[in-house]
Structure formats: structure tokens, C-alpha cells
Design a binder for this molecule. Sequence first.
Ligand code: TYM
Length: 341
Amino acid sequence: MSDAAPRTPRVFSGIQPSGNLTLGNYLGALRRFVESQERGVDSVYCVVDMHAITVWQEPEKLRGTIRELAAAFIASGIDPERSILFNQSQVSGHAELAWIFNCVARIGWMYRMTQFKDKAGKNTENSSLGLLAYPSLMAADILLYHATHVPVGEDQKQHIELTRDIAAKFNHDYGVDFFPMPEPVIEGTATRVMSLRDGTKKMSKSDPSDQSRINMTDDADTIAAKIRKARTDPEPLPETWEGLAERPEARNLVNIYAALSGETREAVMAQFAGKAFSVFKPALAEVVVARLAPISGRMRDLLADPAEIDRILGRGAERAAEIADPILARAKEIVGFVQSR
Ligand code: TYM
């Protein structure tokens, strides 16, 4: 492993198995992962179970959520033969490199992270040490594979910037050009899907209100009901996208429609200009159901055979470790560790 290793393009991304997957995870992440795979880029996708336990998870429930998330990757179109799909805790290099990065990154960098502030709330002193160090593990996830591109939703941009800071400081401190500077890939129409109850908050699997989100496993009636009750304003839809500038809830719904139908926002605006939400919402529900129903159906089929999911994750972890092991070994050598077995 030479230090200035050739930067062949490689995609890495991860999702936490920490509850219901939402339409935000699908549009901001999963669907983009499938696009990378289809472009033929070397792609590594990870169920980040070690990140999930930074907040309490019931062990039995976590095991189920890990398998469910793996099923969601496959049902969304990730082919575990073409891409690498595995769960993080099966490749020990993530934890090992994260430790090295814990000693490179500064505590102040961690306190500045929005996700830490949101999740720790007022109770910083009482949150887990893992929650604070979380971005260092995320940097290890990405850099353990020398990944160059990281498809994520808007909310993860700050963590990727921190990953670049950690890579740069490691390279600088040790006088090497070993870790690449990964690029966040945040593009398209729905990089930030908002809550159905509040158009200024992101749609999140941890929001206490289930009405705020569409879960990937919601059935057609539930999806239609949630969209019908989604907060909007009394005005009909305007003719142009710009006309929605001050209307976050309406903008969010149009964005979702455009992302799922594959139409531009302008085309959606032209189609629904002057129409009331009583017309737009049922059309939106139809588009959402048409996209999610086949995925949740396939997820159910896959989950009927958990042993097969475990086999896929195990095989994925072996392939992931083949890439990770030499990179970790070289990182340890750079740091000055003696490795004699
Ligand atoms: P997580 O599990 O919260 O979310 C997984 C992915 O879904 C995207 N996402 C959204 N996109 C658009 N609109 C939304 N409302 C929305 N909600 C979630 C997220 O941006 C993310 O891409 N720290 C990461 C997981 C992680 C990771 C990594 C990602 C760990 N290691 C390495 C990339 C590379 C997280 O908590 O994502």
C-alpha cells in the first residue's frame, strides 16, 4: 500500500439501523446508492450498527432492525453481488481506525456538530461518549476504504467536512499523503425531505410523531392518510417553483412528488398550477405508494428468510475486509505500531 495510493473512485455510504426507515432515507440515500451502483462505480454500503448504539437500543430489537435495513437496501435495488453490503460490527477495522482518529481529531470539533447538539439536547454531560465521538467513527467508515465519494442527504454534509479535516490532519501530522479527501455527493431534488408536520424540520426516524414521516413499510392507506393530514396552507399551488419560496410545507410536497415521479419541479408546477391541495395530495399519495409498495413487499419476502440475509451480510463483510485490511495495516504502520503477527 503506497502512501499516495491512486485515487480510484469508490463510493461508501451508511445508514443507521435505529428505527423505521423513512421516505427521507429512501430519497436522500438509498435511491442514490442504487444510481451509483448502476453507473458501475465500485460501491460499499454499510448498515452502521455501531453508530446505532450511541443511543440505547434493545438488543433483540437491534438484531431485527439490522436485518430489516439490509432487506431495505436489497429491496431498493442494491445487488449484493455487484455492490458490497455488510454490517459495520463485522469488520473490526472500523473500530480500530476510529480509535486512531479519536487521537487525531480534537474534542472541540465534536462539540460543534449539529447532530450531536440535536441528539444530546440539554443533557450533554449525560450522553454517551460514543455519541460525541460518533463523527470520528464515521470518518473511519469512509477512510477505511479510501472512499472518494459519499452519497448522503444534506444533514450529513457537516460530518463529511469533518472527515476531510480528520484525513487532512492525519496526513499532515504524520507527513504522508495517505487518506483521500472524500467528496459529499448531495444532488438532485430531495436531498432534504422535510417533516409532514413542520416544513422547517427534516423528516426523521427519531421524530416522536409517526404522522411526521412516511415509513418505507407503511401500507397504502397509512400513506394516503398521512399525506391527507400533512400540514399545508390554504392557498392553491402557484405556477412557478419560486412562488413556493415562503411556503415550506407546500415546497416539500412538490419536491417529493418531483423526486418520485422523475419529473422536474417546473413540470410538476405546470401540471398542478392553480390546483388545491385536495387535488394535489391524492396524486402525491398515488406516486408515493406506486414507488414504495413494491419495495416494502420485497422487504417482507426477504425478511421471511433471515438466515439468507445474515449470509449476505457475512459475505459482504468478508469482501469489505479484503479492501479494509491492507489500508488499516498501513495506517497502523504510519502511526508507529509494531505488528508482528
Ligand atoms: P442516518 O442513518 O440518519 O440517515 C441515512 C441517510 O439518509 C439521509 N437522510 C435524509 N435525506 C434526505 N432527507 C431526509 N429527511 C433524510 N433523513 C435522513 C441521511 O443524510 C443519510 O445519508 N451518520 C449517518 C450514517 C453514517 C454514514 C457513515 C453515512 C455512518 N457512517 C459513512 C455516510 C458515510 C447517519 O446518521 O445517517
